[in-house]
Design a protein around this ligand. Structure first.
Ligand code: HPA
Ligand code: ZN
Length: 325
């Protein structure tokens, strides 16, 4: 018998989920058929069997290949609607959702097709008890010029985008490469976050804060290697959106029992628990909460702290935050 709360029932905000990472194998096949294109594997089971990853890049190769089935506004709408439908069972009251337009622009899918499709699903899901926002990510393994062009293409749609982020292959692509485009994003009134300290060093976390001016760090687990940085994250209450099942599946940590989340909580950091790419990593956000509850033996207070942190870290006004809590 568990004395810990029902983690799916615990109200929470999910702040680190890539909408393309919610593309389940069954939907890959359904969209391939609808769009008259070849699926990436002979069967759903064979596709899923490929989801054994050595590192971030081995995951990204499959993640980018699968999203080739996303072509139309309706496809992007249906992808987001499927994720949002799951939010109800996961206790998610607010979601801030990443999308990767460069991965679609490269296939000839226009910015408006992507944003209009996703935003329509988000608008339809909005109630007094639930809301969701879009965060547009730049692919850090592409050029700074490509990121700048992506932001220009997004300007007509900024009423539907709350902020910008930075994702894809981290090592060798420091945040400072994107100083200019983040400066422009701030000038446009956008919020800013960045993946840092997943595979990359603590220095990338510092750069994301000091050069890009981000308000949250996505992952950030390697920040623990630098005590002065940990002290700063604690003092400045900079949120870290941690993704436990992702970290295990991408070999950032060897197993859940070795995950540094307990240490991060003990250090007084504003950590949150999130799913990252749930169709690939074995669970949505409630499964991530359950994994750290069981694998790290987190207390009821720890789980409540994680949920409270998620609302503190969300890009919500005080009134809306109070309404969702
Ligand atoms: N890290 C970096 N880029 C990503 C990820 C991730 O975990 N998921 C999707 N793009
Ligand atoms: Zn991520």
């Amino acid at each position: 018998m568990s004395h810990t709360p029902n983690v799916a029932g615990l109200p929470k905000a999910e702040l680190h989920v890539h909408i393309e990472g919610t593309l389940e194998p069954e939907m890959v096949f359904a969209l391939a058929e609808r769009n008259g294109i070849a699926p990436p594997a002979p069967t759903v089971a064979e596709l899923r069997a490929r989801y054994r990853f050595r590192d971030l890049q081995s995951f990204l190769d499959i993640y980018y290949a699968n999203m080739a089935v996303l072509r139309t506004e309706r496809d992007f709408h249906d992808l987001a609607a499927a994720y949002l439908a799951r939010c109800r069972d996961q206790g998610v009251r607010h979601a801030e959702i990443f999308f990767d337009p460069q991965a679609h622009l490269a296939r000839g899918v226009e910015m408006g097709t992507v944003v209009r499709g996703l935003a329509a699903a988000l608008e339809a899901a909005r109630t007094d008890e639930f809301s969701a926002e879009l965060i547009m990510c730049f692919l850090r393994d592409q050029s700074a010029e490509s990121a700048a062009e992506t932001l220009r293409l997004a300007e007509p749609f900024l009423d539907r985008i709350v902020g910008v982020g930075l994702d894809s292959a981290e090592v060798g692509h420091p945040p400072s490469k994107f100083a200019e485009v983040f400066r422009r994003a701030h000038a446009l009134g956008l919020r800013a976050v960045a993946h840092a300290g997943e595979e990359g060093p603590p220095e990338y976390v510092r750069e994301a804060l000091d050069v890009l001016g981000v308000q949250r760090i996505d992952h950030g687990v390697r920040a623990l290697e630098d005590p002065a940085l940990v002290a700063r994250l604690r003092t400045e209450r900079i949120p870290l959106t941690v993704c436990p099942l992702s970290n295990v599946r991408l070999a950032v940590v060897p197993e859940i029992a070795a995950h540094p989340l307990s240490r991060m909580l003990a250090e007084g950091l504003v950590v949150t628990v999130n799913s990252d790419d749930p169709a690939y990593f074995g669970g949505y956000v409630a499964q991530n909460f359950a994994a750290v509850r069981d694998g790290l033996g987190l207390s009821t207070n720890d789980l409540r702290r994680l949920a409270a942190n998620s609302f503190e870290a969300a890009f919500l006004g005080d009134e809306r935050r109070a309404q969702l809590l």
